[in-house]
Each structure stands twice: as C-alpha cells, then as structure tokens.
Design a protein around this ligand. Structure first.
Ligand SMILES: *[C@@H]1O[C@H](CO)[C@@H](O)[C@H](O)[C@H]1NC(C)=O
Ligand SMILES: *[C@@H]1O[C@H](CO)[C@@H](O)[C@H](O)[C@H]1NC(C)=O
Ligand SMILES: *[C@@H]1O[C@H](CO)[C@@H](O)[C@H](O)[C@H]1NC(C)=O
Length: 296
C-alpha cells in the first residue's frame, strides 16, 4: 500500500472550509451616485478571520471580528463608504467618481488554515447623456418604395451610448444602420442613421413605428418612438388641401364681404342725407376737372 503524502492534500482540506467566494458589483454606476458592492462566501464550519476590501492596491475597508475595533475604514479618492448603510459583506460606496482600478474583496478564514481567497471586479463609472435622445429626418407620410431616413442622436455621454433601431418592434442593424461617433473632451456623441425603403409590409394598418433605443449599460435606457403613415396616393390632394404652402395667396371671393368691410354705408352716393350729397360731389369732381382740361 502506497504511503499518503499529507502535505500534498493539506491545501485541499483547507479549501473545503471556504467556498464560493464571489464579488458582486453592478456593471456601471452613474458618476456621483451610490453603488452597492457585495462579497459572498461560504465559510462552512469555519470562522472568518478577516474580510478586506480594496480599490486596486488600496485597502479601504477591513473587518476583523475578533479585533477590539472590528471595522476599519481607510479613505480613498474615488468614493466614501457609507458606514451606516454598510455591513462587511455589503458595502455602500457613496458619490462614486472615476474608478481606474478594480474592486477586490479578500476573505481569510480562521486558524489553523488562514486560507485566503481574493476576487476582483470592474465597476464602470458613466456620465449620462447631456440631453434626451432625439430623432430627426422622419417625414409624416411616405409613398411606397420611397427612402425613409432618420437620425437618432445621443449627446455627450461617457462611454458612447449604444443606439439600436426597431421598426414595428423588430431590430434593424447593418446594412440599414450606420453609426458615427464623435469625441468631445472625454465625452461621446453618437449619431445613428437608419435608411430603408418604405415597403408595403412595414405599414401595419397604414402605420409604421420607428423606435430609437439608447442605453448605457444598465444605468440608462431611453426609447423614442415615432409613427409614420403610408401616403394614400388617391387622396394626395386632400393632404395638399390640409397643408397649403401659401394659404393666403388669393383674396377671399366674397366681394360683398370686402365692400362692407372696407367702406362704410355712408360713403356711397345713393345713400340719403347731406353727407351723402357732399361725398357724391367729391367723387365726381376729379372727372369734371379732367374733362375741362381736355376741352381747352
Ligand atoms: C450616519 O447616521 C448618523 C445618525 O443617524 C448621521 O448623523 C450620520 O450623518 C450618518 N452618516 C453617514 C455617512 O450617512
Ligand atoms: C462627490 O465627489 C466629487 C468628486 O470627488 C466632489 O467634488 C463632490 O463634492 C462630492 N459630492 C458630495 C455630495 O460629497
Ligand atoms: C453596448 O452593447 C454591447 C453589446 O450588447 C455591450 O457589450 C456593451 O457593454 C454596451 N455598451 C454600453 C455602453 O452600454
């Protein structure tokens, strides 16, 4: 019977007492807001010796249950630890700013093994877009086989926002979609163009729904949807009638209306009264002058 090398199986025995160490952080946090980070582990029958939290190489939180001062917090630049809301396994980071380094949690169990497991995770810090996203370029009505073009804008965020298009709820990607990203300082503006032919099948009950969906990880989601209508070719004139280009290029046809509004009743010679007589004279006077001039 071969002899057992106890030293070689010792780490395996130690391992059994500290299991499933995981660090759980959200994918992203908005700059200036709070984030909860969690360290999950299973000590089984063992005791916790120390739990340490790091940002990169900087320890910012230590929990040693047997110590006189079990909790110690060390300042870091990127956030504050909310001591009121935190427990050692779940730390609330307040007012998070740029995180250039990963977050780590390190768990060590008690004597005799002092077995240690370290896990790390990245937490993205995002800057939300400066405005709501918007769509430009869509017309209200399209004929069949016309080109439909639209632009969706997401303005100044970090990182660049993801933009996706949906037509009647169905995703549209390349070759229908073309994206441009511009960087201004540290922030990105994204313009996504959608271009497709207005096929009859896209119009459901004469209506096509065009949606632009923007997001930054799971911290930010915005949808804008616009509907465009199928132009009814037979009733083109109807649309022209509703929205004429020069609505007042011709005068109203009702002459009586014009006369009444422009000249008061007393102006006309046939009206009775002395003022009527006077005005009649004034009206014919220029004629008399003209004729007398010609007769000379
Ligand atoms: C913790 O709670 C105390 C009392 O409720 C409060 O005075 C203190 O400002 C809180 N600290 C933080 C960091 O929120
Ligand atoms: C949040 O952090 C930023 C940058 O570190 C700092 O300028 C700001 O004063 C902080 N705000 C609060 C409410 O602590
Ligand atoms: C954009 O989408 C891709 C693919 O789904 C994803 O991997 C990436 O994290 C997203 N980026 C942002 C900023 O949301």
């Amino acid at each position: 019977m071969p002899s057992i090398n106890w030293l070689s199986i010792l780490p395996l025995l130690a391992c059994r007492a500290l299991k499933n160490v995981q660090i759980k952080v959200p994918q992203a946090v908005v700059r200036g807001r709070d984030a909860a980070v969690q360290c999950v582990f299973d000590l089984e029958s063992d005791q916790l010796y120390v739990l340490k939290w790091y940002l990169g190489e900087h320890e910012f939180f230590r929990y040693s249950p047997k110590n006189d001062v079990p909790i110690k917090v060390f300042p870091v630049h990127s956030f504050k630890v909310d001591l009121n809301a935190s427990i050692p396994e779940r730390i609330i980071l307040k007012n998070v700013s740029a995180l250039d380094d990963p977050l780590k949690c390190e768990v060590t169990n008690e004597y005799p093994s002092y077995y240690t497991v370290l896990k790390s995770a990245e937490l993205q810090v995002v800057d939300l877009p400066k405005t709501e996203p918007y769509i430009i370029g869509l017309k209200t009505h399209y004929s069949i086989n016309e080109f439909i073009q639209a632009e969706c804008h997401s303005v100044l965020s970090y990182p660049a926002a993801n933009i996706s298009w949906y037509v009647n709820g169905q995703p549209f990607r390349e070759p229908y979609v073309f994206k441009r990203t511009t960087k201004i300082g540290k922030l990105y503006t994204v313009t996504s163009n959608l271009r497709l032919k207005s096929l009859k099948k896209y119009f459901i009950d004469g209506r096509m729904r065009v949606r632009c969906s923007t997001n930054l990880y799971d911290t930010y989601h915005r949808n804008i949807e616009e509907s465009v209508l199928l132009k009814n070719e037979m009733s083109d004139e109807f649309w022209d009638d509703k929205e004429p280009e020069t609505p007042f290029s011709e005068p109203p046809m009702d002459n009586s209306f014009v006369v009444k509004e422009t000249f008061p009743e007393w102006f006309w010679p046939m009206s009775s009264g002395s003022s009527g007589q006077l005005l009649y004279s004034i009206k014919i006077y220029p004629l008399i002058v003209t004729w007398s001039f010609l007769l000379r």
